[in-house]
Design a protein around this ligand. Sequence first.
Ligand code: CA2
Length: 155
Amino acid sequence: MLYKTGVYYEMKILVINGPNMQLLGQREPDIYGSKSLADLETRLVKIAKEADYEVIFFQSNHEGDIVDHLGMADKTVDAVIINPAAYTHTSVAIRDAIKAINVPVVEVHLSNIAEREEFRHTSLTAPVCMGQICGFGLIGYEMAFNALKDFLTNK
Ligand code: CA2
């Protein structure tokens, strides 16, 4: 249990979003929807509060920064939700960073990567995650949150 500014939180979850995710809601709404990252944060904070969980958010366009945050997550949070975005398909460094930590990690994609271009069919990161959720838009993050809450509760 964690004490922060007068509130006790049961657990703390870090949500990492990879490159170009800051464009959410501004570009390609047909694929990624019209809601923004800020909308995602508002929604997740609300459901987390109801469960006495804390959620913190990090978005970066830089592979090394994501690797650093995964490394820090090991000692500072109870679980990670990650959408590595394009790095899903390319980054051995992010895969290794996920594999190296002991907290559960769930991978989320807004789109159904299996029905898109061939190069998006491979996730280098999913095999080292607890699971992958894709194709449900922003609700996927909520699904990941609920899955992790269930896992952490029954651990
Ligand atoms: O479907 C997903 O969540 C993806 O991780 C999104 C990535 C893409 O490279 C992956 O294959 C699947 C791209 C996210 C960033 O690009 C955006 C562009 C416009 C609007 C929102 C995001």
